[in-house]
Design a protein around this ligand. Sequence first.
Ligand code: FEO
Length: 394
Amino acid sequence: MKFQEIKNNIYYCGLNDCERKIFDELIPLEHGTSYNSYFVKGSEKNAIIDTMYPPKIDEYLKNLSDNNVDKVDYIVANHGEQDHSGAIPALLEKYPEAKVVTNPKVAANIKSMLHVPVERIIEIADGQEISLGDKTLKFIFAPGVHWPDTMFTYIKEDNVICTCDFLGAHYVFSDVFAVKSDELTNSAKRYYAEIMMPFRAMCRRYVDKIRSMNVDMILPSHGPVHANPDYILSLYEKWTDEEPDNLVVLPYVSMYESTKAMIDYLAEKLEQKGIPTFKFDIVSDDLGDYAMHIVDAATIVLGTSMVLAGPHPASVNAAYLTALLRPKAKFAALIGSYGWGGNLFGQIGETLKPLNLDVVGTLQVKGKPTALEFDKLEDLAEDIYHRHKSIGLL
Ligand code: FEO
């Protein structure tokens, strides 16, 4: 995908990145990603909205030249993170008359991170507009989705909004317009889980705002353009709802199959009670799948083995990631197996504390679980069942 008209002289000029396998060195990418950039041709002035990831700058500049983008007056920076701002210095060189239009927080970021000269920056206020002649760009500050510097750019006459990272997806495409599919929905959810979920309340605020604007199109900075805004807005309304689903997610690390046996048994008992489960091997499974499932889960049961005298480091990492992503889960349980002794759950409990989860139970066993301990897991399943029932999930 290189250059395509979206609507009335608004063009897609971003690039796919099919090679990229992981984002933020954290979450694997199933479908690569795209770095979206938009060229807006007005009757008097032209603007580029968001730019390019640094390793793609040469290809990006060539794409602009190949498509006769010879005059750029404004480079709108909706966000300072370099997958979108990285090409600003190169664009300023290519288009000597161009100025960066952005908010004070992005301005501070690109001055310090990219050394953009202050005289090439026009700082705007929330709600301010600039004219391109027959088109007006209106800037809507949106701090928190996902950086404090984030803003949206609304193109008034065309009723389209560029939402930067918000409402995006790591997804490559050949036609710029989103086509509803399970694959795209899952990519958008995986993206939401890692990037937006920690700011769930802010996300909800901006979903409501964009919904009330009744825009014709949503142009994010990753993934396809939404000519049917309801598709992505409805998904976000579900994901940002405070009500979790009747789902238990069970991340675990098991060195000698004992913790795994506990997880398997508990999951089986939960399923028998009508509670769907998702088991996740922290060491070998795709972390993105875990992030995606905790978007909806009501309960998280973390299972761990012991290494030396503490929890397996991978389970501490999973607890840390969970706390970082701040899912809407209400309940938790900790289970696991140890060898000679130590503190199996202390550090995990501390790490999860900021989530204020209601801890339904803990169970640690020495080596392989006994029949009595399996009975205790059955009791734990019953307790989780009652918690889910207490909040109307069953
Ligand atoms: Fe896609 Fe926050 O950058």
